[in-house]
Ligand binder design. Structure first.
Ligand SMILES: [Zn+2]
Ligand SMILES: [Zn+2]
Length: 451
């Protein structure tokens, strides 16, 4: 399997023939404005990897699916759980029941985790330590789900008779893996018990689902075979071995179920996208923007990133998160000229949102990449100086205002700016004479406003 160029741990779902790169679902342009899925880098149409009608990838995955639990952590979990379950069965009574229940809970939790992480595109099996919390809840939910299905079948029998009830029972038997898949996907009992939801999942997964069923049947049969081969005298040993094999298969099957979801996620996601309201499209546009920026930045195409950021803040003039990202980008690329253009919008946004004092932090950060930085526009200098004054950074106030009357003689706020500087000098120790000089300058400016 290929991985996303920008997320080396995520399996790729698309390929750009033009750029010869593979991308994951996050790193593609699936804007609703065009019907196809496009490449962020070249804008060309992408080809989808493992499309819905293709069953083969599932078979190709089988070999590596058996390797999935083959790591120290997962194997230890399987072996310890098997010994404990067999011990529980051997002891019997309440102690035995509690041991069996807790072990089964941990293993079930782990299996569901495998399903979920595979569905998210993770190749390695999850950390075994995560198996030890929340397992009992899953067991309880599973029991509720199985009771719910039984109740539905019985109700069917009461109302429509034996034959429809038997057919309904067969439906649920075939759909049982889909029931668990839905439970893992939505982490809720409702979608797992809803025959329409479950049926839709089976139809969407199509042929691959039938293969999965076949595969599960072969596994169940092989566990039964172990039971027949081993003599009754080795009861305890046989029980452990059966548990090891069953648990191993359980993890493989849940991994494969997760893989089916992963493979068909676009088909499955499409269903929910059609049901959702229009406002998710607005959110999509914003998410798409961030994804585009991430890809272009990783490609090193900073010119294009700059362009996308500028278009983005025009579209989302009140988006504090986007502005902050933009600032971080300009700062990271040491683009001082870009900062000059960017700061007016950023500062007025900070002001509108009551975050003026952040201006001082912004200025201090810029000084880290350019220690002599003073903005070109006089208004920016005054605004930043006010923020610095509010934040108690008096030295920075001097740095910003000093020389303003020479650099921008026509600036209409010169007098308030120098008043701010005089106030800052008042706050500083041993600056009395400088404060007096500053006030002298203010008097000169008042007397000859245009000099
Ligand atoms: Zn990616
Ligand atoms: Zn491309």
């Amino acid at each position: 399997m290929d991985y996303c160029k920008y997320h080396p741990l995520t399996a790729s779902t698309y390929h750009c023939d033009e750029c010869e790169i593979s991308q994951c679902d996050h790193c593609i342009d699936d804007d609703v404005e065009h019907n196809d899925v496009r490449c962020f880098v070249c804008g060309g149409t992408l080809s989808s990897l493992g499309s819905g009608a293709d069953v083969a990838p599932f078979w190709r995955r089988l070999d590596s699916a058996f390797h999935y639990p083959m790591n120290k952590q997962a194997l230890m979990l399987i072996i310890i759980a098997s010994v404990l379950t067999s011990l529980g069965a051997f002891l019997g009574g309440l102690t035995g029941l509690v041991i069996t229940l807790l072990t089964t809970a941990a293993l079930t939790k782990y299996s569901f985790l495998c399903l979920q992480s595979t569905a998210d595109g993770e190749i390695a099996s999850p950390d075994a330590s995560e198996a030890f919390s929340g397992g009992v809840k899953i067991i309880l939910h599973t029991i509720i789900i199985l009771f719910g299905i039984t109740a539905m079948i019985m109700a069917m029998g009461r109302v429509f008779g034996d034959m429809p009830a038997a057919l309904f029972a067969i439906f649920w038997l075939i759909c049982l893996p889909a029931v668990f898949i839905n439970y893992a996907r939505f982490e809720a009992i409702g979608p797992a018990l809803n025959p329409i939801e479950v049926g839709r999942l089976v139809v969407t997964l199509g042929g691959a689902y039938l293969l999965l069923l076949l595969f599960i049947m072969i596994m169940i049969a092989s566990v039964g075979t172990i039971n027949q081969i081993l003599d009754e005298r080795f009861y305890f040993f046989s029980a452990i071995l059966q548990s090891v094999v069953s648990y191993y298969y359980l993890i493989v099957v849940f991994h494969l179920m997760g893989y089916l979801i992963f493979q068909k996620q676009r088909a499955l996601g499409f269903v929910s996208r059609m049901e959702s309201s229009a406002d998710s499209e607005v959110r999509n546009e914003r998410i798409l923007l961030t994804a585009r920026i991430e890809v272009l930045a990783k490609e090193g195409d900073f010119k294009q990133v700059l362009k996308v950021f500028n278009e983005g803040i025009k579209k989302h003039p009140n988006d504090y998160g986007l502005y902050t990202q933009f600032f971080d980008f300009l700062w990271g690329t040491k683009d001082v000229e870009g900062l000059d253009d960017f700061l007016p919008g950023y500062l007025s946004l900070l002001k509108d949102q009551g975050r003026q004092t952040q201006g001082a932090t912004v200025y201090q950060r810029i000084l880290l990449i350019d220690k002599d930085y003073v903005p070109k526009q006089p208004d920016l200098r005054y605004q930043l100086a006010s923020s610095c004054f509010d934040a108690g950074k008096m030295k920075l106030v001097l740095k910003l205002i000093n020389g303003l009357h020479r650099d921008s003689a026509d600036y209409e706020q010169l007098i308030p700016a120098y008043q701010l500087m005089a106030n800052a000098l008042d706050e500083m120790p041993n600056k009395g004479s400088q404060a007096e000089k500053c006030r002298q300058l203010i008097r000169q400016l008042e007397a000859h406003p245009s000099c």
